[in-house]
Design a protein around this ligand. Sequence first.
Ligand SMILES: NC(=O)c1ccc[n+]([C@@H]2O[C@H](COP(=O)([O-])OP(=O)(O)OC[C@H]3O[C@@H](n4cnc5c(N)ncnc54)[C@H](OP(=O)(O)O)[C@@H]3O)[C@@H](O)[C@H]2O)c1
Length: 222
Amino acid sequence: MKGRTALVTGASRGIGAAIAAKFRAEGANVVGPARAELDLSSAASIDAYLGKLSAPVDILVNCAGMNRLGSSVEVADGHFEETLQVHLLGPFRLARALAPKMASRRWGRILNISSVWSLVTRERRVTYSSAKSAMNGLTRSLAVEYGPSGVLVNALAPGYVDTELTRKNNSAEEIAQIEKAIPLGRLGNPAELAEAASFLCSGRNGYITGQVLVADGGYTCR
Ligand SMILES: NC(=O)c1ccc[n+]([C@@H]2O[C@H](COP(=O)([O-])OP(=O)(O)OC[C@H]3O[C@@H](n4cnc5c(N)ncnc54)[C@H](OP(=O)(O)O)[C@@H]3O)[C@@H](O)[C@H]2O)c1
């Protein structure tokens, strides 16, 4: 990690902030653009940001995300499109621009922050589950494409992590119920996700690529 440059989206808070802090503590130079500089919901914003980005990026962490709830009859087209833009097309655009440069240096890491809802689902998560499932497909496709060039691409799939996103989408009563359903008996904390991210994005990981690592306290085991 030392001396590497990492671009972490969604670094203003939650899991992304913890990943940025962990990478910095391990000696990486972390670039964590605010939404005003890089808005994942806008292809134009992504292209403008990439056009200005001068540092060679060794590690890309696609962490920015949102989860607006709704059933299939409730969601508007625009809502679905925005979810796909932020979780799938935005990360794709960043990877498409940055991975070839990693490949030319024969080293790179891409980590997509997916979700357990990419593998299982829950009511009113139709856009989120669809987008995160597609993100896993993107992960595998890029891993195959860039494996020969030394660029490893993985996804990290958190369960329930104690962040604003989780507190916004679940009441205190729901969280108490959720904690009962998690074998470890509690929500995860962002620093625990950052530990896994750090391993997957470092030179300590030499042979894991194209995988979706679930970090959910055992939630999906039942
Ligand atoms: N929390 C969980 O339990 C959980 C579980 C599974 C997966 N995840 C995934 O983990 C990632 C981080 O989640 P979190 O819980 O840390 O969320 P969070 O606390 O709500 O933080 C979301 C981050 O994403 C950024 N963001 C959202 N929309 C953006 C956009 N259009 N352009 C640029 N940045 C944008 C936010 O920036 P602003 O500060 O500008 O809003 C913020 O930095 C997400 O991809 C989420 O789907 C979370």
